[in-house]
Design a protein around this ligand. Structure first.
Ligand code: GLU
Length: 434
């Protein structure tokens, strides 16, 4: 086998388990890395380096709440790799955020940037909080204080954040302003996914959902299923889930099920997703939309459909429910939605998986376009952005598909192989310092 690096037989001890060890999500990321090491031909020393993020910062964030009380939140930023450029990745506001989860997500960002050939390492951040329970003012104070606390490790050449679950363009605008006030000049390249008026990129908000749709269309083509004859179920109706629904409908598909954390809807005739989006924009809950029958959240994933799109949290498809899935294609718009225990079950059911680190890579790809434009102060049109996004997504899809065929491995293993190999090669070229 063609091994990358200086592989020494007998040095295949289990991966080291640092402070992130107890988190099931970090364990899952480690398991994936371990499982791909041999296939990727990467030596144990490099795998050990890749198993532990380069650095992590944990901060306490005290803020004044609207009622005058003081509350302290925990915030995290993990930089998995800085080998080929700044670390890059989202900032998540969610009650389940912890250091291990953020570490796993940062590792997946490294593989994702590797597959897409972007000059970034992986990074991820988060604050353990429930954004639905915070006022706009509280969110602003939380974001600005968090930015202040991690100022020593961020920078346009060091670590560039973007939106993720529970954060949005406004969050990025506050980070950009806080950082710019500190350095004394406007610094749009400190974050991506900002409002277009302050250096955001046209098409960035839709990019992840568009990328997911390109991948789904490729998979349908391969299975010889016409979009017009296929149905989709989408779990999550945030930025990624809602744009994916809209894009799939534009391609002629029927979205028969949608859900968010409060409930799900099903309608075999197809849900009017444009009307649903307006309903939600009017401040009403998804489940109260009249165009579908309310169903249990656990039922949503197991209803029959052509394409199932988990677009919310990680670890929702497990050994428990994998046997119940009734889709032909699983398009992983979320990060880490499928546990390693569920993978063999899905394989046995012949479900075609478009793995997360490929499927949702459209977001960070257009983040890269945004960063480049901000640095060059040279703006692209939305057509240029979308066309380049499509080109890069299709190339990456083809590379992963080709690797899977050549090595006779699953799409997940192929995607991990390409991502891990890219980061491993970067590390080998740079060598060890000192
Ligand atoms: N949070 C997104 C992701 O998980 C986007 C990251 C970025 O644009 O930097 O890929």
């Amino acid at each position: 086998m063609n091994k990358i690096g200086n592989f020494r037989e007998g040095n295949e001890d289990r991966l080291p388990v640092p402070v992130y060890g107890n988190s099931p999500t970090y364990q899952m990321a480690l398991k994936q890395l371990e499982s791909v090491a041999e296939c990727a031909g990467v030596d144990a020393g490099i795998i050990n380096r890749l198993a532990i993020p380069k650095r992590a910062i944990v901060v306490s964030i005290p803020i004044r709440m609207d009622d005058g009380s003081l509350q302290v939140f925990s915030g995290y930023r993990v930089q998995h790799s800085l080998t080929s450029g700044p670390s890059k990745g989202g900032l998540r506001y969610h009650p389940s955020v912890d250091l291990g989860e953020v570490a796993a997500l940062s590792m997946w960002m490294s593989w994702k940037c590797g597959i897409m050939n972007l000059p970034f390492g992986g990074g991820k951040g988060g604050i353990a909080c429930d954004p639905e329970l915070l006022s706009l003012g509280e969110k602003e104070r939380l974001t600005r204080r968090f930015t202040e606390e991690i100022l020593c490790v961020i920078g346009p050449r060091m670590d560039v954040m973007a939106p993720d679950l529970g954060t949005d363009e406004q969050t990025m605008a506050w980070i950009m302003d806080t950082y710019s006030m500190k350095v004394g000049y406007a610094c749009p390249e400190i974050v991506t996914g900002k409002p277009v008026e302050i250096g955001g990129c046209l098409g960035r908000r839709e990019a992840t959902g568009r990328g997911v749709t390109f991948c789904i269309l490729e998979a349908l083509k391969e299975l010889a299923i016409a979009p017009q004859d296929s149905t989709a179920i989408v779990q999550g109706f945030g930025n990624v889930g809602s744009v994916t629904c809209l894009e799939l409908v534009k391609k002629g598909m029927r979205v028969v099920g949608v859900g968010d954390r409060h409930g799900s809807l099903y309608n075999p005739q197809g849900i009017d997703v444009v009307a649903l989006q307006q309903h939600i924009a009017g401040g009403k809950p998804l489940v109260s939309f009249p165009g579908g029958k309310p169903i249990d959240n656990s039922e949503l994933l197991t209803m029959p459909c052509t394409v199932l799109v988990p677009a919310a949290l990680e670890r929702v498809i497990t050994a428990k429910n994998a046997t119940e899935l009734k889709c032909k294609i699983l398009a992983e718009a979320a990060n880490g939605p499928t546990t390693p225990e569920a993978d063999p079950i899905l394989l046995a059911k012949n479900i075609f998986i478009i793995p997360d680190i490929l499927c949702n890579a459209g977001g960070v790809t257009v983040s890269y376009f945004e960063w480049v434009q901000d640095i060059q102060q040279f703006l692209w049109s939305e057509e240029q952005v979308n066309q380049k996004l499509q080109e890069l997504m299709l190339k990456a899809y083809a590379r992963v598909r080709e690797t899977a065929r050549e090595k006779k491995i699953t799409m997940r293993m192929a995607a991990l192989t390409l991502g891990v190999q890219k980061v491993a090669r970067e590390k080998i070229h740079r060598g060890l310092y000192p």
